[in-house]
Design a protein around this ligand. Structure first.
Ligand code: NAP
Length: 323
């Protein structure tokens, strides 16, 4: 089968299409015919070799994908060949989702409703899982509260806006382009702000009548965290989802508000947490409140270009590879 193979860490060009042996489903495993693969920023950190979790070389990148079940191993009864699914990872080892076939553990395979395309299915795993965990497990957001999705135009932000709107929160969100701003409103954000415009934080505070927001989901903490603290209401919580450097903050801003800064990584979600997350996401996909948005598609062989694109400004939903 064809697969993207990385033989050395480095620039996007280290990803090359190769013919590799097709895997077979062992006990408790599911083999999936991949139709679309989601590209996440973390895939680029892993490819560069700068991420805390480094695979052994060579490896095939990609965790999020969608397709149909090709075969199931002994003991797998919850899905059957032909079923449409989205996947949230592959078995440990050299396997990855950027391939014609992906070998998964049973718990990494989830039903994909007929109304959701394979491309949309590839946009679910990390983005929607992260947004759900940030909003409900870490921020413990409640209906009626206000949430600022600070970076709402990309994969996680789009998911967060949809999840928060469906749960009865009032959503404020930011993007860095006109197209991104229109995207925020289309996803259910009541207010849209440009995080590249001078003074936009004052506009956010004004939109809350000076009260501040209850929750901030932060996609670029090394730029925004200090400013975020001044945007929080009393008992406000900032969840650090994305961070690409260091920042100086004024801790006094947390004192006057009894405010919290809460970090998160989806890798810390337990099997029980993940089961809850995907039960909730499945319900939202079936009832139409969750509608993954695919902004750009590339053929699998153009994975290097997709890795460049996911790190460039001007996000609009997800970037996916077609297998
Ligand atoms: P993405 O699709 O590439 O989107 C990036 C988002 O960041 C876009 O909305 C972008 O807006 C926005 N952004 C750019 N400059 C910003 C600024 N100055 N202030 C606020 N937002 C800004 O990436 P993603 O998949 O949504 O992931 C977002 C971040 O979270 C990444 O750093 C990723 O590594 C991290 N992440 C962490 C976890 C975790 O478990 N902690 C899980 C998933 C992702 P414009 O392009 O419109 O400017």
């Amino acid at each position: 089968m064809k697969a993207i193979v990385v033989r050395e860490f480095g620039e996007p060009s280290v990803m090359r299409v190769e013919d590799v042996p097709a895997p077979e489903a062992g006990p408790g495993q599911v083999l999936v015919r991949v139709r679309a693969v989601g590209v996440n920023p973390v895939d680029t950190y892993i490819r560069k070799g700068v991420y805390a979790r480094k695979p052994s070389l060579p490896y095939t990148p990609g965790a999020d994908a969608a397709g149909t079940v090709k075969a199931v191993g002994d003991g797998v009864t919850a899905c059957a060949p032909g079923q449409r699914v989205y996947i949230t990872g592959t078995v440990a080892g050299p396997f990855g989702a950027c391939a014609e076939l992906a070998l998964c553990e049973r718990a990494q395979v989830h039903p994909l409703p007929d109304a959701v395309t394979f491309e949309q299915g590839a946009a679910i795993g990390v983005p929607y899982g992260t947004a759900y965990r940030a909003l409900f497990h870490r921020a413990q957001a409640r209906p009626g509260e206000t949430v600022l999705v600070h970076g709402g135009s990309g994969g996680v932000g789009t998911a967060a806006i949809q999840l928060a709107s469906a749960a009865g929160l009032v959503v404020l969100a930011t993007a860095g382009t006109e197209r991104g701003l229109a995207h925020l409103t289309a996803q259910g954000s009541a207010f849209a702000f440009n995080h590249r415009a001078p003074g936009y934080a004052d506009q956010i505070l004004a939109a809350t009548g000076g009260r501040g927001v209850d929750v901030i989901l932060e996609m670029l903490a090394n730029v925004n965290l200090n400013r975020d603290l001044a945007l929080l209401a009393r008992n406000g919580r900032v969840v650090v989802i994305g961070n690409r450097g260091t920042i100086e903050i004024d801790p006094r801003q947390t004192m006057s508000r009894d405010a919290d800064i809460r970090g998160m990584t989806l890798f810390n979600a337990s099997p029980a947490d993940l089961a809850e997350i995907h039960a909730a996401l499945g319900a939202g996909l079936r009832n139409g409140t969750l509608r993954p948005v695919v902004g750009r598609e590339f053929p699998l062989a153009e994975a290097p270009a997709a890795h460049e694109a996911v790190m460039a400004p001007g996000a609009h939903g997800k970037i996916v590879l077609k297998a």
